[in-house]
Ligand binder design. Structure first.
Ligand code: PLP
Length: 403
């Protein structure tokens, strides 16, 4: 008898680690060296965590043997609370903060606690696809609003508004954005908050890249503009503090919590069911947020991340038929392949063909719920030499490629 996956997974996909990755693993087993520009995992590219974080986790290991409170250690949640005070988010208390095994776990919990079958959630296209997957897994209907490449990938507010129905429960913002690198202006955020206000929508604001900002970009926490709207703000240590493997994240609830007691009870049930987040990693939070912010050095002029962003962006735009909006934050570029120059009908096949021919792994745009097969994402984490090699291979490959 065949054992089948549940119907709940019928519309759930997470193609960043999808079928093409299996081919890459097979090639590696056969002895090929694959240049990997597919996953935003800083450590393998030589971005190491601040030493003080590692030392504090090691030092606290003996006291981290038991479960913690379901929401997390008091000291870590206090540090997160202070973080939101600095970011001008009003009224976040220690009780409003939940620590999780990465933001990923909390995204799934937040959706599972909120959605009934058929409830709609507005999600950006392109998105970080866990958001779409989590809504689908929870019985909800992901409804994608377009981000406008011509407008620096800012959300198209008219499209967002047009997609609100009586079933819309919430909207998702990813700022700074994965995969586009957009960092939203105060005006855009205010417009989105106003939509949420008018239509009684919960705001989920994924701000995991809030410290990875280039040039003159400034990050504004959505919740700081929305004291009267229920906001869940997500963040963690994976990116800015380069400890993705620690699986350490948090969500902070702000706004009219008295109107969301039942939802909060739902979150508590789910937090209790998973007992607690990994306790040794919780010890990293206070040190990270309170310590020297070494990420700032990486995004300054001459900083490694900024140099790599600059070079990747230049090289991508040098490829005939490829154009790329300059990423203002995060760790990615999301270029377009002009269909008139190189028509691609199936971008997963394109990415697989590129892998097989050039031994280079990137991710197709449709994996980010982008509706057309004309984009791809690269991470800007590799050193400049590797970026030059990788993007050079993309240029060569596209010259002779047709589908
Ligand atoms: N949100 C965004 C926008 C991401 O890009 C990622 C990881 O790439 C996550 C959430 C997941 O982060 P975590 O490692 O905290 O689970």
């Amino acid at each position: 008898m065949q054992v089948s996956k549940s119907n709940k997974l019928a519309n759930v996909c997470y193609d960043i680690r999808g079928p093409v990755l299996k081919h890459a693993k097979r090639l590696e087993e056969e002895g090929h060296r694959i240049l990997k520009l597919n996953i935003g995992n800083p450590a393998p590219f030589g971005f190491e965590a601040p030493e003080e974080i590692l030392q504090d986790v090691i030092r606290n290991l003996p006291t981290a043997q038991g479960y913690s409170d379901s929401k997390g250690l008091f000291s870590a949640r206090k540090a997160v609370m202070q973080y939101y005070q600095q970011k001008q988010v009003e009224g976040v208390t220690i009780e409003d903060i939940y620590l999780g095994n990465g933001v990923s776990e909390l995204i799934v919990m937040a959706m599972q606690a909120l959605l009934n079958n058929g409830d709609e959630v507005l999600i950006p296209a392109p998105d970080y696809p866990l958001w779409t997957a989590a809504v689908a897994l929870s019985g909800g209907k992901p409804v994608h609003y377009l981000c406008d490449e011509q407008a620096g990938w800012f959300p198209d507010i008219a499209d967002m508004r047009a997609k609100i129905t009586p079933n819309t429960k919430a909207l998702v913002l990813i700022n700074p954005n994965n995969p586009t690198g957009a960092v939203y202006s105060r005006e855009v955020l205010q417009d989105i908050v106003e939509l949420a206000r008018q239509h009684n929508l919960v705001i989920f604001s994924d701000e995991i890249y809030d410290k990875i900002l280039y040039d003159e970009a400034v990050h504004i926490s959505t919740a700081s503009l929305a004291p009267d709207v229920l906001c869940l703000t997500f963040n963690g240590l994976s990116k800015s503090y380069r400890v993705a493997g620690f699986r350490s994240g948090w969500v902070a609830i702000s706004g009219p919590k008295h109107k969301a007691q039942s939802y909060i009870e739902g979150l508590d049930i789910l937090a209790n069911m998973r007992l607690c987040a990994n306790v040794p990693s919780q010890h990293a939070i206070q040190t990270a947020l309170g310590g020297y912010q070494s990420i700032n050095d990486l995004v300054l002029p001459n900083g490694r991340l900024l140099e790599q962003r600059n070079r990747a962006w230049e090289l991508l735009n040098d490829i005939p038929g490829v154009s790329c909006v300059k990423p203002m934050g995060a760790l990615y570029a999301f270029p377009k392949i002009d269909p008139k120059v190189c028509p691609i009908h199936n971008d997963e096949k394109f990415v697989l063909d590129l892998l097989l021919s050039e031994k280079l792994l990137i991710v197709q745009g449709t994996a980010f719920n982008w509706p057309w097969p004309d984009h791809f994402r690269v991470v800007t984490l590799p050193r400049v030499d590797d970026l030059e090699q990788a993007i050079g291979r993309i240029g060569n490959f596209l010259k002779g490629y047709s589908q």
